[in-house]
Write a protein that binds this ligand. Structure first.
Ligand code: NDP
Ligand code: GDR
Length: 375
């Protein structure tokens, strides 16, 4: 007997999480629809490897142009695709950028969520379509309790977090008002080689790899005292799916329960490149100086070189100084535990960024032909 495959719709499919989730659901036999934004350049690099040409066969992975600011477009896509599950991962997701573009961030992150929930209702899909909302540890902001769990009060500290707070509560409200299967994953920071280049972990691994290869001289950072609970995106998207497979919709904190400073993340990343970093000075005068270099991964770096400096430009008007999650509920109710440690993740990110940096360095010094022949 053949069973009809489940249908999922992912907003933000071209982002870090969207790309891993699409891969995960395809492996589970889903038909996956994703919403991509129109851009003047290709913006599908993270999902190109799973793209299927609709001219060749009946694809399992289909992309639709759309935007979370465009109500009629969202209604039409949901009507056409009739999804069993919607994963709302689309967002202006950069906290610092949200201070520059607060209104746009509210429109996409808060109103976008409402538009999707309303679309489900307008189309009469309340009993068919399950809804996952990408909520965030940024809701805890100025933390009221450590570690943070599902019952910890929120205190958002950025336009991004305030917008996500609306999205959180409107998801709860539609669940309670209309009996919809709608839930929030309160996810702490999660990273990978696919992480956007301006988030701190990727900025560090990519920046240090470039410095190691002599492509750059110094990494300029903001608040390196900041403490975060970092996990791997692959572990976290698995949890997004698990949350929609329960009998009852509930909200869950997803975290590792381990906290590390940005400074420590930089030092551990440098160590993977054979660089021992020493931090000296205080406040904006603090610098990261190379104490020693071993191995052959960092030919562009010498002992005594300053490769990390503080640039107050990267300070935020209001900072979230410390986040540490308590994932006990997810462990007990869903049997979820993260499989990838922070050090394994740093290894993976450094390896990936080092490979790219080596190619660029080769290209810079020897030109295109040599770089291609060395691949
Ligand atoms: P990314 O920034 O990598 O991806 C965001 C996605 O949203 C991209 O596909 C982007 O498209 C899309 N997007 C942006 N604006 C719009 C819009 N107006 N309409 C439709 N789509 C839009 O984020 P992540 O993958 O890291 O995160 C996924 C979700 O989880 C986000 O909602 C984020 O806020 C949330 N979150 C993330 C955490 C993390 O640590 N990664 C932790 C907690 C929550 P494009 O590619 O064109 O820019
Ligand atoms: P965050 O992630 O704000 O936690 O939001 P980000 O990596 O941007 O910052 C983490 C911490 O590092 C400090 N920091 C810097 N950050 C950036 N981006 N660049 C720097 O140069 C720098 N120097 C220090 C920051 O001040 C901050 O304290 C991420 C996003 O994915 C959100 O969408 C998500 O909701 C939360 O994680 C959980």
């Amino acid at each position: 007997m053949t069973t009809t495959p489940k249908v999922a719709l992912i907003t933000g499919v071209t982002g870090q999480d969207g790309s891993y989730l699409a891969e995960f659901l395809l492996k589970k036999g889903y038909i996956v629809h994703g919403i991509k934004r129109r851009a003047s350049l290709f913006n599908t690099q993270r999902v190109d490897h799973i793209y299927e040409d609709p001219h060749v066969h009946h694809p399992h992975f289909v992309l639709h142009y759309g935007d979370l600011t465009d109500t009629s477009n969202l209604i039409r896509i949901i009507q056409q695709t009739q999804p069993d599950e919607i994963y709302n991962l689309g967002a202006q997701s950069h906290v610092a950028v949200s201070f520059e573009s607060p209104e746009y961030t509210a429109d996409v992150d808060a109103m976008g969520t409402l538009r999707l929930l309303e679309a489900i209702r307008i189309l009469g899909l309340e009993k068919k379509t399950r809804f996952y909302q990408a909520s965030t540890s940024e809701l805890y902001g100025l933390v009221q309790e450590t570690p943070q769990k599902e019952t910890t009060p929120f205190y958002p500290r950025s336009p991004y977090a305030v917008a996500k707070m609306y999205a959180y509560w409107i998801t709860v409200n539609y669940r309670e008002s209309y009996g919809m299967y709608a839930c929030n994953g309160i996810l702490f920071n999660h990273e990978s080689p696919r992480r956007g280049e301006t988030f701190v972990t990727r900025k560090v691994t990519r920046g240090l790899a470039n410095i190691a290869q002599g492509l750059d001289e110094c990494l300029f950072m903001g608040n390196i005292d900041s403490l975060r609970d970092w996990g791997h995106a692959m572990d976290y998207v698995r949890m997004q799916w698990m949350m929609l497979q329960q009998d009852q919709p509930e909200d869950f904190v997803i975290a590792t329960g381990v906290q590390v400073s940005v400074r420590e993340f930089i030092a551990r990343s440098a160590a993977r490149l054979g660089i021992t970093l020493k931090f000296e000075g205080k406040g904006v005068e603090e610098v990261g100086v190379v104490a020693s270099v071993t191995g052959d991964k960092a030919p562009g770096v010498k002992a005594g070189q300053t490769i990390v400096r503080i640039d107050p430009r990267y300070f935020r008007p209001a900072e979230v100084e410390t986040l540490l999650g308590d994932p006990t509920k997810a462990k007990e109710k869903l049997g979820w535990t993260p499989q990838i440690t922070l050090d394994q993740m740093i290894d993976e990110m450094i390896a990936s960024d080092l490979e790219a940096a080596k190619k660029h360095a080769l290209l810079k010094t020897h030109g295109f032909k040599v770089a291609v022949s060395q691949e």
